[in-house]
Structure formats: structure tokens, C-alpha cells
Design a protein around this ligand. Structure first.
Ligand SMILES: [Zn+2]
Length: 109
């Protein structure tokens, strides 16, 4: 059932959930009993999928009360490039895997 918004001239706005067949341009104010006029608003249509909506809701909830993570969550896959990790950053390349540079190595003393 749709939700209709009404605005009372004496009080404030209020919502009424009622069938479309019962919607009228006026409704009795629940606070003062006077006749309130219907307010036309944009319909609450959603074009996003359920997964996107859930992810958006989780992100919004996390911004309000962030959860503290003390370890790497289980189930995460290791990075594809072992030389870089989002947790440890870059790691040195082993000497035998380094490509030789244009310069001769320094003599050992
Ligand atoms: Zn009222």
C-alpha cells in the first residue's frame, strides 16, 4: 500500500498508509482533527538491485558506527601480485629475480 503525505495548516505533516482507492486530496489531521491537504511528492521508486541497496545500506550504517577490524577477515583471497599487498604494501624483490641494470656491480672490498 502506498504512503500519502498530508500537511495540516495548524500542525505539521503526517503520513497515511492507505489503499490507492481510498486516497483523497484531504484527510483528517490525527492531532487537531482539522482537514489536511495532500502533499504530492516524488514516488519512492528504486531502480537499483537488492544487492546494491544492501551494500549502500551497510556503507551508510558503517559511516555512522564503524566496525573495528583487528585482523584480516577470513575468506579473503591473497593478492594476485605477491609483491604488493593492500595490508603490507610493497615488498622487496629477491636478488635472483631482479633484472640486471645497465651498470656493473660494485667490486667487493
Ligand atoms: Zn492538525
Amino acid at each position: 500500500m502506498p504512503t500519502y503525505m498530508y500537511r495540516c495548516s495548524e500542525c505539521d505533516e503526517f503520513d497515511v498508509v492507505q489503499p490507492m482507492s481510498a486516497s483523497t486530496t484531504t484527510h483528517q489531521c490525527p492531532a487537531c482533527g482539522k482537514s489536511a491537504r495532500r502533499v504530492f511528492t516524488a514516488p519512492a521508486l528504486s531502480t537499483t538491485s537488492g544487492a546494491v541497496t544492501r551494500a549502500t545500506d551497510i556503507a551508510a550504517a558503517s559511516s555512522e558506527a564503524p566496525q573495528v577490524v583487528r585482523s584480516i577477515p577470513s575468506g579473503t583471497t591473497p593478492p594476485r601480485n605477491p609483491r604488493w599487498s593492500p595490508f603490507t604494501g610493497a615488498s622487496p624483490v629477491p636478488a635472483k629475480r631482479r633484472t640486471p641494470g645497465p651498470y656493473q656491480p660494485l667490486p667487493k672490498l
